[in-house]
Design a protein around this ligand. Structure first.
Ligand SMILES: [Zn+2]
Length: 273
């Protein structure tokens, strides 16, 4: 699942494939950019901000522009050698192709694809909280933003990119398991909010540079998480059956024994807010 670490890795792939290159062609397959041609533009750098990708370009008139994209649940960028077959995803999912002499970057099922002056990047990502994997990561600011809404559940607050940028559902579930905190705990009642934020940052940082997301240290299939994606399987610590319920707009996984503090009936009805 594309979370901050996946987006960071993707930015690095694009950096290695395209940075410094002069584009020899572009093919946008989204209505809002269908008439855009980046031929002759130079790729300055590729960066991530939370779950947003920023490909910074220099136009032929030297004005700096940014191609913004968001992977959400299912988007991806791949870099291919010229002439290599594009096999990562079906062709109908292609949203953009950027060609350079040494590499072809193909964006699949991208969301929020937009070309804006780099000076206006803040209009796209300025609302984000501190970026867990950014050079300007600010743990104190992230804690401050989380704590500003003490009645909200920690499960929802960690996913709100305005508080801190980069945590998705997988890391949310795993961090709260590792801290022994129920996802329904109000932010104001989380015993050690700075510790929770610090752990989230460490987990994401540990997965930079590899595509397998693991919070257990185990990279083999089926062993990479404690609770995420493990509904009805035994908790790796206590053997209790892992639960899955809706929380806000997303589902959450947790171990009711290791993460106490919320009483949910077996059928999930009448759950606390
Ligand atoms: Zn457990």
């Amino acid at each position: 699942m594309p979370e901050g670490d996946t987006v960071w890795n993707t930015a690095r792939v694009l950096q290695r494939a395209l940075a410094g290159a002069r584009l020899t062609g572009s093919d946008f397959r989204v209505p809002q950019l269908a008439a855009t041609d980046l031929t002759g533009w130079t790729v300055r750098e590729s960066a991530s901000r939370g779950k947003h990708l920023l490909l910074r370009l220099a136009a032929t008139d030297a004005a700096p522009w940014t191609l913004h994209s968001h992977l959400r649940m299912d988007g991806a960028w791949r870099a291919y050698a010229p002439g290599e077959r594009w096999t990562a995803r079906p062709a109908h999912l292609i949203r953009v192709v950027l060609r350079s002499p040494a590499a072809v970057a193909v964006g699949y099922h991208l969301h929020e694809l937009a070309l804006v002056p780099t000076a206006d990047e803040e209009s796209l990502v300025g609302h984000l909280g501190p970026d867990l994997l950014g050079p300007d990561w600010d743990a104190d600011e992230a804690v401050h933003r989380l704590a500003a809404d003490p009645d909200r559940t920690i499960g929802e607050a960690l996913l709100d990119q305005r508080n801190l940028a980069g945590v998705g559902n997988l890391y949310k579930c795993e961090v709260l398991f590792l801290r022994g905190v129920s996802p329904w705990t109000p932010v104001g009642a989380v015993p050690d909010l700075p510790g929770t934020v610090a752990l989230a940052q460490r987990l994401l940082a540990a997965n930079r540079g590899r595509w397998t997301q693991s919070t257990t240290g185990v990279l083999r299939r089926g062993g990479t998480s404690y609770v995420y994606g493990r509904r009805a399987q035994p908790c790796r610590r206590c053997g209790t059956s892992i639960r899955k319920e809706e929380l806000g707009e997303r589902v959450t996984y947790w171990c009711p024994a290791c993460q106490p503090g919320v009483e949910l009936p077996p059928n999930g009805q009448d759950r606390p807010r």
